[in-house]
Write a protein that binds this ligand. Sequence first.
Ligand code: NAP
Length: 253
Amino acid sequence: MRILILGGTAEARALAHALAARDDISVTVSLAGRTAEPLPQAAPVRSGGFGGAEGLARYLSDERVDVLIDATHPYAAAISANAARAAGDAGVRLLALRRPPWEKVAGDNWIEVEDVEGAVRALGEQPKRAFLALGRNELRPFAAAPQHSYLIRSVDPVDPPLAVPDATYIAARGPFGESEDRALLARHNIEVIVAKNSGGEATYGKIEAARALGLPVIMLKRPALPEVASVATVEEVLAWLDHAPTPSTARGV
Ligand code: NAP
């Protein structure tokens, strides 16, 4: 069985690791190619965009892929939409591995917003010290609110830097624990956090830290994703694969 994993997440990496050891499966991981030094993978990697849904459908046919696993981040909506279209067009079975969102618990003070522009508005007019737990590509709209002080943590440098007078950058790769993030927020006198509802353990530390410190979290709502067969864990993907038709039966041979 030939499997393509659309990756860029810890779950995709764990899945590739679990599948790489199997003789009955040939697996490739696809990365967008945005991170300068991506973590090593247990399986072969291809990198860079496919050229839209058409390009991905072509790749699936050319590489004779039997199963496409969309294990991308829940905010990576474009590639997930492309995956749904391309799998349909190429006649390839598709399974999405999607982390459930975090649920609010007692003590959480979340302000939910539709998008990054909504997050900028929610910061308000008065200067605040904000921790932006967002990707490098989501920061630009904050240039419209230069009255705030920003703390920004990212894997790769933010280049060019955000056009505001007061921004502090931290280069770091998760996971980030609660005590580590609590210390970070306290050290920088952070008053508000802007975050995505990524789900999972690796970046939940800041949400727990915000709760402990009584800080509000401006939470970007999840984007709409295509309705496809989906599971929440790597183990469920493995179980699904073991019950998926073999390539010959799937192709009707
Ligand atoms: P996106 O907006 O959904 O995708 C934009 C374009 O990037 C896609 O149309 C596709 O280009 C290319 N692309 C995205 N993921 C790809 C993959 N795994 N392999 C090959 N091409 C890919 O994606 P994004 O939000 O920028 O995320 C990019 C990558 O970072 C994904 O792998 C995602 O899992 C990971 N990531 C994203 C976030 C986040 O918050 N968005 C957080 C952590 C990790 P073409 O149309 O040319 O094929």
